[in-house]
Design a protein around this ligand. Structure first.
Ligand code: DAK
Length: 260
């Protein structure tokens, strides 16, 4: 595959995928989404990759959403393909066994916000602005915004954001629980790397099972969810990493996890 719209870097266990269309504020056309899917596939199968970071090129945008130029000419079939490929991307992020961090370095609008909401953690720079402006062009969110946004901020705020299309600033998004942390723009990369390094020292199977249980928590009733939690707990109790964790604690040393 020829990569034109994304960059990909692997360094010390962290795979960083960068949407690289800064002149179009990293808007997502179909080719870009397909490239993101291929990058994710590589990060999934590479055993040396422990954490994935998704960000945007430049200092203005994470992503201003679906590419409106491409959307303009889309008929029903193209529209359906766009929806399918976008949903595949968000699903692959949520299914990935490894933690995915969105480093939001500016606008996260429409499909850009939806992409970030599929990630496990969102760290943003102070200049970031988040919104679902689709209503302003006669659309509604189509990559999960009507479903994921209310799960973060509640129905009242989600309706306000989706009905008005207005953006919110990073501090407001942090207060609403949509962002994990907001930092000055020049500290975004170091903060994300620090967080990724912290996750890298955790037991991978524990992270994987916790991620899946938390995702499923909104789709299953409490009793079923608790049953799954108990099963996962049992699986973890049989891992080498659990033995290592307890042994290291008792020996007053740092654990070294192997993902086994
Ligand atoms: N698509 C394509 N190009 C975009 C873009 C976008 N979403 N956003 C910005 N650009 C381009 C601009 O056209 C401009 O290009 P040139 O004119 O220089 O060639 C360049 O980026 C810089 O933008 P501005 O000149 O507008 O920059 P400003 O700083 O003045 O304004 C802005 C920044 C982010 C406020 C503004 O660009 C803006 O409002 N952009 C549109 C944001 C937006 O409406 N995003 C939502 C897109 S709709 C679906 C599934 C999902 C979706 C749709 C369908 N299916 C189920 C089929 C998702 C839809 C969306 O995300």
């Amino acid at each position: 595959m020829e990569y034109k719209n994304t960059l990909y870097e692997k360094s010390e266990g962290i795979a960083t995928i960068t949407i690289n269309r800064p002149k179009a504020l990293n808007a997502l056309n179909e080719e870009t989404v397909l490239e993101l899917l291929a990058r994710l596939k590589d990060a999934k199968k590479d055993e040396n990759v422990k954490v994935v970071v998704i960000t945007g090129a430049g200092d203005k945008a994470f992503s201003a959403g679906a590419d409106l130029k491409m959307m303009k000419g889309a008929g029903a079939v193209k529209g359906m393909h766009l929806s399918q490929v976008g949903q595949k991307l968000t699903t692959e992020i949520e299914k990935l066994e490894k933690p995915v961090i969105a480093a939001i370095n500016g606008y996260a609008l429409g499909g850009g916000l939806e992409l970030s909401m599929a990630c496990d953690l969102r760290i943003a720079s102070e200049n970031a602005k988040l919104g679902q402006p689709e209503i302003n062009v006669g659309l509604i969110p189509g990559w999960g915004g009507t479903q994921r946004l209310p799960r973060f901020v509640g129905k009242a705020i989600a309706k306000e954001m989706i009905f008005t299309g207005k953006m919110i600033d990073a501090k407001t998004a942090e207060r609403l629980g949509l962002l994990n942390k907001v930092v000055p723009a020049n500290e975004l990369n170091s903060t994300v790397t620090e967080l990724a390094n912290e996750l890298m020292n955790k037991p991978p199977i524990g992270l994987e099972l916790a991620k899946q249980l938390i995702h499923n928590s909104t789709e299953t009733d409490l009793r079923v969810g608790l049953t799954h939690e108990a099963e996962a707990f049992g699986i973890l109790a049989s891992t080498e990493d659990f033995k290592e964790g307890v042994t290291a604690f008792l020996e007053k040393r740092k654990p070294e996890y192997k993902g086994k």
